[in-house]
Write a protein that binds this ligand. Structure first.
Ligand code: UDP
Length: 254
């Protein structure tokens, strides 16, 4: 079995990207240890679009490979691992992981900082999550519409409350490189990109209905609601074709 060299949990490579084979409970346990260690950890919840981006952009790939844990969000990853003959334990979505960490945070009295999405969305999401998880501490939040010239100020705002966990919702092409760039300076034990999670939590957008989730058609639901996603979603069929064509290479470390 292949293990992550630094952290010793089982992994499977999907076109060179090391995915965790931990299930949801084990992932939460690993991140609980991460919080207790006090050292910064970057969590990436990755989908096929991000794997394809990594194949086209070496800097993005290196950034992903340097994350402490990459969990298989996106049913395409679960499918690819299985097709490649080395399945993951289960799908671990960013949305579910956010909720599981808040639940665990109630036990441990962890402090959370929520960064990203619009001012209205993040305020509403913070209020709703605080109500849903009263014993967890939402120590601070701010929107995600700021430029590089404001990075210092944003980082200082986060450092001021020294959270245990930082969620960043700014879109996959921005949030992961941002966390990676400032990982040591931010110094938060667990930092994770959460994409559109707060839009869903705040009620601004809806998660795909259960039927779509069961049929693994969440991508189709999103595409129907936001047709502008079409171009970036072309990566999905490309990914599927690549998995089927190169079955024996899918899970090869490279
Ligand atoms: N977002 C943000 N700052 C930006 C761009 C986006 O905070 O400069 C937020 C946006 O409001 C949304 C989240 O990032 O809550 C995810 O956006 P999107 O769904 O476009 O990202 P992707 O699908 O690329 O992950």
């Amino acid at each position: 079995m292949e293990l992550n060299q630094r952290t010793q949990f089982p992994i499977v490579h999907i076109f060179g990207i090391p995915f965790s084979k931990l299930n949801m409970n084990e992932t939460v346990r690993y991140l609980t240890d991460a919080v207790q260690s006090g050292r910064p950890h970057q969590v990436i919840t990755a989908n096929p679009i991000m794997v394809m981006a990594a194949m086209e952009d070496p800097a993005y790939k290196t950034m992903m490979q340097n994350a402490d844990i990459i969990v298989p969000d996106g049913s395409g990853i679960v499918w690819a691992a299985k097709t490649g003959g080395d399945p993951v334990a289960e799908r671990v979505t960013g949305f579910d992981l956010v909720h599981e960490l808040l639940k665990a945070g109630e036990n441990y009295r962890w402090k959370f900082y929520l960064l990203g999405s619009t001012p209205e969305v993040i305020q509403e999401a913070a209020e709703r999550l605080q109500m849903q998880y009263p014993a967890a501490i939402i120590a601070g939040y701010r929107d995600g519409y700021f430029g590089p010239d404001q990075d210092d100020e944003v980082i200082e705002g986060i450092q001021a409350v020294s959270p245990d966990i930082l969620f960043v919702a700014r879109g996959a092409d921005t949030q992961e490189p941002w966390i990676a760039r400032y990982k040591e300076r931010l110094g938060v034990p667990v930092m994770m990109g959460v994409g559109g999670t707060f839009d869903v939590v705040s009620g601004k957008t809806k998660r795909a209905p259960k039927a779509f989730q069961k049929l693994r058609l969440e991508w189709l639901y999103r595409l129907l609601r936001e047709p502008t996603r079409f171009k970036r979603m072309l990566a999905l069929p490309k990914f599927a074709v690549k998995v089927l064509r190169e079955k024996e290479n899918v899970t090869k470390p490279s």
